[in-house]
Design a protein around this ligand. Structure first.
Ligand code: CO
Length: 183
């Protein structure tokens, strides 16, 4: 038995979030473990979706659940958004990599997705409404595109202080430990 995986969410502006993702090659036990651990992380963080780059993995894996009901768990492996269509809708989005930040983001109402489930079975499905929005948001993560990139100038301005705070706390974590003997 392998150790249970435990993921933490990578926060903006960690460059890991910009690196994009590569296709999953094997639908094996390791993938099942990753998917299960991603669902666990998503739920524990009270999110509705999570992309592998957010847990530091450069892999094309998305998990989402628009309702919180177990039967609505959706894992999309190697997804492609074949097309986006319908009216442009505006909705308030958050992102686990941007704690405390919410912004009105405009996206097309519908999308057609081709992907595989965690067992390697092909999925081809049109999503609309909230699920479509989550799919589009999470898919962005696979391409290194983030909430901040989708914000209008006004939304960026409204969130300026909170974004700057994330940058500062990231920088603080990167800083080498202070030299204590210097006197
Ligand atoms: Co996100």
């Amino acid at each position: 038995m392998s150790e249970p995986l435990e993921f933490t969410v990578t926060l903006y502006p960690d460059p890991v979030l910009r690196k994009g993702a590569e296709p999953v090659a094997a639908f094996d036990a390791e993938l099942q473990h990753i998917v299960a651990a991603m669902f666990e992380r998503m739920r524990a963080s009270k999110g509705v979706g999570l992309a592998a780059p957010q847990v530091g993995l450069k892999r094309c894996i998305l998990v989402l659940n628009p309702t919180g009901e177990a039967q609505d768990d959706l894992a999309l492996i190697n997804p492609t958004i074949v097309s986006r269509f319908g009216a442009s809708t505006v909705f308030e989005e958050g992102c686990l990599s941007f704690p405390g930040i919410f912004a009105e983001i405009s996206r097309p109402e519908r999308c057609l997705v081709k992907a595989f489930d965690a067992n390697g079975l092909p999925i081809e499905k049109e999503y609309e409404g909230f699920v479509s929005r989550i799919v589009q948001h999470e898919y962005d993560h696979l391409e290194g595109v983030l909430l901040v990139d989708r914000m209008s100038p006004a939304e960026k301005l409204a969130n300026k202080a909170a974004l700057e705070e994330l940058v500062q706390s990231y920088k603080k974590k990167q800083a080498p430990p202070a030299i204590r003997s210097a006197r």
